[in-house]
Design a protein around this ligand. Sequence first.
Ligand SMILES: [Zn+2]
Length: 259
Amino acid sequence: MPITNNIHWDARLKDFKGPDTTLYVEQAGAAARKCAACQGPLEQGSPLSLTVDIEQGPNYEKDLFRRYKAYVCHLSCKDPELTWKQVADGGMPEQIETFGSRFVVGIESAFGLRKFAILAFTNTNNLTIREPGAERRGALTAELLMRKFQLAPSADYAQIVTMAAEADGTVQCRASADGLISLEFDNQPMWSLDLDPQDDDTATWLETARSGEVTLISGNHLRITETEVDLEFAAASGSLVIAKIPVVWSLPRKLASRN
Ligand SMILES: [Zn+2]
């Protein structure tokens, strides 16, 4: 039985997820806080199991979808499992796990050090869409390409911030001086962070974003954990997308609630 980061999973998952399987398992593990069976906490390093329920549309080969739901349990509570069923009708997944990070990169140029505010965002690849005649892309990358994001040529930050151009404006960042940062698609929040504005990194990010622009790095296969953002696999698999996105500044909540 394959094991990734202490998580035991059903080897047949690979038939569905292909080269994305390990990343999918890693992300499910990173998102899980408690055991889906006993609701107890998942201690670091303890043996875990992954259960994946797959639903597939009626005509996947032609144009339809597969939807994945993953549950992490203590291995002692439940063995790994994979279920599969065909469903009549599509619809988007009810819940998508999202992962994001904000940071600043400094790029040396002829004019000295220039700082760029970055947001990195991905979600669990729980939906794949088959585009007729095209290679199969994760849903997030496909969606952002439709919103005029561009494929990143490499995982090199200097190249990314230089190349990234404005997308179609439907993806934006909302920020406030008291540390609330959110990412919106069509004005709907996709992901948000509530940060301490006194924290040095947060203060630097807000200041950098205020003086210019925010570069969004996104797409399926992006590895985002609490401690790192790894673009390499996404870039190598052709699913890393980038764009400059507008920042809309909101009033700090304390002021806003006074009105
Ligand atoms: Zn348990």
